[in-house]
Structures are given as C-alpha cells and as structure tokens.
Design a protein. Structure first.
Length: 350
C-alpha cells in the first residue's frame, strides 16, 4: 500500500506542508530539514499523487510545450530549457508535436485542454489563430514565438533574426562577395518568410540583390534539391544564404556532388547553429539562435503572466549572432563553369 504525505511528514518529524515545499523545490527550507524529508521519501518509497493535489488545490502542475517535429535538431535545446525551468519549480511538462499536420495540430490543442495544462508554449509558427482562442477560452495561458502580439493570457517572444542576418551579410561583403542567392524555409511558415524578407532587404541594401531566391522545407534533402535551381543559372552566385542549418547541410552535399568546393567556389551560411553545425564538412558558418534561452524564457513568460491578477501577456525579445566557421571564405574571382552532366547527376541522387 502506498504511503501518504502525512506518513512521510511523521517519519521526518515535520509538517505535511514542509514535505510539499521540499518536493516542489520551493526555497526557504533549511538543508538539514530538506535532507530529513528526502531521506523519509526514500525510505518509504513515496511518490507524489498529482491527481490528489490537483483536486485539493484546484490547480494543475502541468505545462504544455508544442513543437513542430521531434526529429528536428532545432528543438532539443528548446525542450531542455523549458523543462529545466519548469522542473526547477516542481512542475511537469507535457510535450507534443504537430508534424506540420492540421488534423494532428487540432488533436494537440484538444489534448492540451483535456489535460488541464496551466499554460502552454507553442514553439512552432505552423499553427492557425483558432488555436489561441480555444486555449485562452479554457483559461490556459499561451506564449508564442514570432507569431502574434501580446494580449490577455497571450505572450510572445520575438527572435530578432535581423541582427544576425545583417552581421552575416556584412561578413560576406567584407570577404568580397557581390552575387548571392537565398534558399528560405517553407513559404507557409511565417518565421521563414520573416527571415527571407530580412535577407533580401539586407542584401539589396548592400547592393547584392539576391538571385535566385527560392524556398524549401526544413530538411536536408529539401536543401539538397533546392541547390539544383541555383546551379542552373548562367552566373552561379558566390554565396548562398540558407533558411536553416538543415537546408545548408543539404546544399553543401549537392555542391560537393556537383564538384563545387565550399567555400573556395561557393560560400554557405546557415541559420540556427544546431549541434551538428560545427560537425559539418566544412564546419558551418551560421546565425546562432539561443534556443535553450528561448525555452527558459517561454516558461518564465508563462509563469509571470499567470501570476498577474489580470493575466496580461507581454512581449519579449531574444537576439541572434553570427558564428563564423569554415563554410565562408573570400569570393571566387572567376565564373564557375560546371562540367556537363554534373548538376543533373547530383539531382538524381536526391
């Protein structure tokens, strides 16, 4: 038969309230008292009954985190930051992913409401506005990333991609690049289009009007295929800006198969600085997004908003910075001529 919190308190010689504070990692408990409680918990093999606590307090200990896809290496650091911040408060996290699918997204929203989460961080822009009203009408606080202005029960974190984008453009300009191309993320993704707009505007301002400008999904194989369009233009650009590191890695793969050297003949710039970026060959120059900080900020924004009497949300900003590695170098001086059949052969691989 499982032991109760009262029995743990009796064994430790403290009140049940003190046991609760220790288990929920609330401060202002002496180290000696904390140690006695934890020893009693271990001896009795005690586990919290979250359902009983929810009935007693009328409040859930559960927060939701929604991402696009679990396989995308962009998200592990976001998850780690959010989960660490929640667990530091003794709270639990329900992780859900949409897989960019409308029916699945609707099921995710329903699951969040049914699970009675206290708040949810939606870290994907592939979601429609109806999700906001469904959640807030259920009294659930929401924090988005690059999606909508703050409101009651709604906060937003804006990632300032423009800062990192301008640093990247200045970096390649100093290296002598004058002809650029852009492979953005999918046109259905609001964040991808914001990055694309910042890239195109910044390049034009530097007299480097990009051509071609294309888009693809956030996948390595999609980036590999997108480069074929760039390699088919008469005057192949000296630098390619990619909407994510995954796209950039795919682009470098096709360039290698086409016999194009990176960075001697074409430089590559990515976005995100995922954990694999420095393992690419050559290591990838990229615009770093502070993803673990994003996860922590998302939880803190929810926690702060839900403590306010009027539950009013706020706007937060995170900055990006350029990380220079070996995929960018001085612009080539000659026109790049590919041997017949090399581009089509590379395309066949994908």
């Amino acid at each position: 038969m499982p032991y109760t919190m009262k029995e743990v308190a009796r064994r430790a010689g403290v009140s049940p309230a003190t046991v609760s504070r220790v288990l929920n990692n609330i401060h202002y408990i002496s180290d000696e008292t904390r140690q006695r409680v934890l020893e009693a918990v271990s001896e009795l093999n005690y586990y919290k009954n979250v359902h009983a606590r929810r009935l007693a307090t009328g409040q859930s200990d559960l927060f939701g985190l929604v991402i696009s896809e679990i396989a995308n290496p962009y998200f592990p650091e976001v998850i780690r930051g959010f989960q660490a911040a929640a667990w530091d408060r003794g709270l639990d996290v329900l992780l859900l992913n949409t897989e960019y699918d409308l029916a699945r997204t609707q099921s995710v929203i329903r699951k969040l409401v049914e699970s009675d989460v206290r708040g949810v961080a939606i870290m994907t822009s592939s979601i429609d506005d109806s999700a906001t009203s469904t959640l807030t009408e259920a009294g659930i606080g929401v924090v988005f990333c690059n999606l909508c202005p703050p409101n009651k029960l709604v906060s937003n974190i804006t990632i300032n991609y423009r800062r990192g984008v301008l640093q990247a453009i200045e970096h390649v300009a100093v290296l002598g690049h004058r002809r650029a191309a852009v492979i953005s993320g999918p046109e259905t993704n609001g964040t991808a289009m914001n990055i694309r707009q910042a890239l195109v505007a910044g390049l034009k301002q530097r007299k480097m009007a990009p051509f071609p400008v294309t888009s693809c999904d956030y996948r390595v194989d999609a980036g590999a295929s997108a480069v074929d369009d760039i390699l088919s233009v008469p005057d192949i650009p000296t630098v390619i800006f990619c909407g994510s590191d995954l796209i950039a890695m795919g682009a470098m793969s096709t360039l290698e198969e086409a016999g194009v050297r990176v960075p001697e003949e074409v430089s590559i710039v990515g976005i995100d600085d995922i954990s694999f970026a420095f393992l690419a060959r050559p290591p990838l120059t990229t615009i770093r997004v502070p993803r673990e900080q994003l996860g922590m900020q998302a939880f803190q924004a929810l926690d702060k908003m839900l403590k306010l009497k009027r539950k009013l949300g706020a706007e937060y900003t995170l900055e990006t910075d350029l990380v220079v590695r070996s995929s960018t170098g001085p612009a080539r001086k000659h026109k790049l001529n590919l041997r017949p059949g090399r581009v089509s052969a590379a395309a066949a691989e994908h």
